[in-house]
Design a protein around this ligand. Sequence first.
Ligand SMILES: Cc1cc2nc3c(=O)[nH]c(=O)nc-3n(C[C@H](O)[C@H](O)[C@H](O)COP(=O)(O)OP(=O)(O)OC[C@H]3O[C@@H](n4cnc5c(N)ncnc54)[C@H](O)[C@@H]3O)c2cc1C
Length: 380
Amino acid sequence: MQSLELHSANASRPDVAILGGGLSGRLVAWQLVRAGLRVALYERGGADGSAAAGWVAAAMLAPLAEAAVAEPSIVAMGAAGLEQWPFLLEGLPDPVFFQRNGTLVVWHQPDRSEAVMFDRRMRANAPPELLRGGVERLSGQQLGNVEPALAGRFQEGWLLPNEGQLDNRQLLKSLGAGLQKAGAELHWHTAIDEGNVPDAGLVIDCRGLGARPVMPSLRGVRGEVVRIHAPGIGLRRPVRLLHPRYPIYIAPKENDLYVIGATELESEDMSPMTVRSALELLSAAFSLHPAFGEARILELNVNCRPALPDHLPRVQWDGKRTLRVNGLYRHGYLLAPAVTGEACALAQALLGGATAGRTLDWDTWRAGRPWPDLFRQTEA
Ligand SMILES: Cc1cc2nc3c(=O)[nH]c(=O)nc-3n(C[C@H](O)[C@H](O)[C@H](O)COP(=O)(O)OP(=O)(O)OC[C@H]3O[C@@H](n4cnc5c(N)ncnc54)[C@H](O)[C@@H]3O)c2cc1C
């Protein structure tokens, strides 16, 4: 049995203090405030979310395409998360662009071996029920019918018809507005370190890479993306271009906006994008469709994905009063509904148990959850 040291209820103290108001922090706050808890959120950046890794992300929700680079538990959590997104978005005050038009995977003929590898890895990591009806092989002709903008440009491809994407910036903004309306205490431009942790029944640390002082094995993986405005091309869904050196995706948002990404570099350097990366990303986009040559570059963005050594997410409990939600790495949007939903379930069980004077049996709790390995008491 695990003994709790949660602070007892107090009218002037929030039930939960959330450190970090990026992707996971806002989502945890939103779910807990909707569950009737008193929530305070502390974010070192502003209400727009621009200090978060979640601000620069493409926010593709692609469990099958990610299966080519991620292990089965990520794929399973991601598939569940994709189904949960519409329910999470439902109660938000402002609309958030969300679509499930699928992912298109294409390659230039000299790179065909990349497609064979991608297919093998995807099939090794994805469960049969996701693959069934989840991958359609397309001839060049069929590809043109599905994605008219690419008609005549590729000899073959795959459509993964069930995959989705959303607009990350609209989401962060709408979550901020929703939290405000719901009466959460919002402390923007407030950095929290180990010396000024706020008083609350339970503390949930969602600081991404900012949690490294207390999670030493956390590391940043640099990612660079370009935002462009390209009227007239009209891609209907995210497209992944396989390439041995420069695999890229192009994710269309509303109003002819496209996010081209992303590099993945073992570095925590947050300095501006290199010329090399800009050339690689933009050349690959140009090779997908020459009309991207006329696009206007709006932003060249950089941030670091918060990753643990095994590249798996964690909901970590210190056995006292702190939960840490981290390690979302390159799948934050894909995994966030499942991971933050599980973190909220644990938070509610801990707070409910403390109020009733009960202790939580940690092993029984874990064993009863869909992804027990998500829950840890140490980083290892
Ligand atoms: C280039 C790029 C592309 C990506 N594309 C995708 C994609 O297509 N699909 C997908 O699923 N995922 C994608 N991701 C991954 C996703 O963005 C991350 O997994 C996700 O943002 C991590 O969420 P988080 O809440 O843990 O961290 P963050 O979103 O970084 O939020 C952490 C927050 O904590 C705040 N903070 C830090 N330190 C402190 C402190 N001391 N006090 C107070 N606040 C603090 C930060 O300001 C930040 O707002 C991408 C990431 C990058 C970088």
